[in-house]
Ligand binder design. Structure first.
Ligand SMILES: NC(=O)c1ccc[n+]([C@@H]2O[C@H](COP(=O)([O-])OP(=O)(O)OC[C@H]3O[C@@H](n4cnc5c(N)ncnc54)[C@H](O)[C@@H]3O)[C@@H](O)[C@H]2O)c1
Ligand SMILES: [Fe+2]
Length: 410
């Protein structure tokens, strides 16, 4: 057991959180020049809040071109084409406003504008050759934390699964998290993005220690990380209390504020640390069922928590998660049990389906999902236990049957 303390923190140079902080956006962009490419989630383009933002940008003397042609799942060809538009416009800065998909699109357009394509040449970790066009990121979902992370995820028809491009150069220069943008979102958007934030927090808090060679290029994802440990439990506590209220009440200002803050903490926590098995398994589950990212990660999380309880250290960590979710059990074991029950109950309350069978997965597909999950070597390597195909198959089998839901809801 390695007891040394290590941590890596990568963060935008400026982060503003809170209602009203969107008024900072023009100043943050103007730090980099006058030409702004705004990559905007299509749902937003005709809204009053976006019109108001656009007029503020113009009043600040910025020349703005809006790109809102963002295709769900981000097929790589659509981004390569957007990259050509961006290179022609030569932006000084990119404003990214939208859900995680739009923020990821903006990161990749910033990459293409600076270094050219094709995007496939940057797949994986640390393949981006240098700084990208500066990005000011403004999330409209409370979920991915993409506004502070070094990752963007795309789909490529040549690959079975979505692929990540991860590099410290993709961390935006500034993040503005104004919960006003999340008000009024459909319950399913709030639920699935919010539960994904919980998965980011729990998985980064339970990551294993990796042995790092500090004389080489640092990995994008470092595994267990002191900074994440400071952040994660705070976010978990807020989500446990406020996510069900935010889902039930789209106009509840306090609930949406709390969830937005927790989701940003999720990005800060997992950005340098990484996530593990719920994410490794969601990629194939999402590819087969075409269900949202957070639906799959949220569904898998209690089963992953149950499977990683292999030693006292993980049990203590899950116990701390249990305390953050309201457990007052006297033993770590009891608090870890309560953590799993609390996530099952939270999933039920916000409408995450109870089993893989309920989202149309056939038992015969589980071995293939396990194989594909295992192939996400980076994610699997961050889990706090040795992972084999059988470990994943066992997790999947129980999630397929919904055994925890049955036991806990009985
Ligand atoms: N880069 C990262 O660090 C990171 C982390 C986790 C997930 N992801 C990726 O992010 C994507 C998921 O992002 P997401 O959960 O934010 O969903 P999303 O961006 O796919 O948005 C879901 C839907 O909600 C709409 N929407 C967004 N904000 C809204 C609002 N305020 N009101 C009404 N509608 C709104 C969008 O137009 C879209 O139709 C996945 O592709 C996933 O792979 C990235
Ligand atoms: Fe996620």
């Amino acid at each position: 057991m390695d007891h040394s303390l290590t941590g890596t923190l990568r963060m935008p140079a400026r982060v503003h959180f809170g209602y009203g902080t969107r008024a900072q956006i023009p100043q943050l962009l103007a730090l980099h020049g006058t030409r702004v490419l705004a990559v905007v989630d299509p749902f937003l383009t005709s809204t009053a809040i976006f019109m108001e933002l656009l007029s503020q940008l113009e009043a600040a003397g910025l020349t703005v071109q809006v790109h809102s042609d963002i295709t769900p799942e981000l097929p790589v060809a659509t981004l390569d084409a957007a990259g050509d538009v961006a290179r022609a416009f030569q932006p000084d800065a990119i404003l990214a406003v939208g859900g995680g998909s739009a923020l990821d699109a903006a990161k990749l357009i910033a990459l293409l504008a600076a270094h050219g394509g094709p995007l496939s040449s940057y797949y994986g970790e640390n393949a981006v050759p240098g700084p990208v066009v500066p990005i000011v990121a403004v999330p409209t979902t409370a979920g991915t934390g993409s506004e502070v992370t070094p990752v963007a995820v795309v789909s490529d028809p040549d690959r079975e699964l979505k692929v990540g491009i991860s590099s410290p150069y993709l961390v935006p220069v500034a993040a503005v998290v104004d919960p006003e943008f999340t008000l009024g979102a459909p319950a399913s958007v709030t639920a699935f993005s919010g539960i994904d934030a919980l998965v980011h927090l729990v998985e980064s808090y339970t990551a294993t220690s990796l042995t790092l060679d500090w004389s080489a290029t640092a990995p994008v994802f470092t595994g267990r990380n002191l900074f994440s440990e400071l952040i994660a439990l705070n976010g978990i506590e807020r989500l446990g209390r406020w996510l069900p209220i935010a889902v039930a009440e789209p106009a509840h200002r306090r609930a949406h504020e709390e969830v937005a803050f927790a989701a940003m903490l999720g990005g800060m926590s997992f950005g340098p640390t990484g996530t593990h098995l719920s994410h490794a398994l969601q990629y194939p589950i999402g590819a087969i069922t075409k269900t949202p990212h957070g639906l799959g990660t949220g569904l898998m999380l209690p089963y992953v928590m149950d499977a990683i309880r292999v030693d006292d250290d993980v049990t203590d960590r899950l116990g701390a998660v249990g305390s953050a979710l309201g457990s007052d059990a006297t033993s770590a074991q009891g608090r870890a049990d309560d953590a799993i029950s609390a996530v099952v109950e939270l999933n039920r309350a916000i409408g995450v389906p109870p089993s893989l069978a309920a989202i149309g997965i056939d038992a015969a597909q589980l071995p293939q999902i396990a194989e594909l999950g295992l192939a996400s070597g980076r994610l699997v390597g961050i889990a706090p236990l040795p992972v084999t195909r059988d470990v994943l198959l066992d997790i999947l089998t129980r999630a397929h049957e919904g055994t925890l839901t049955e036991r806990i809801m009985a």
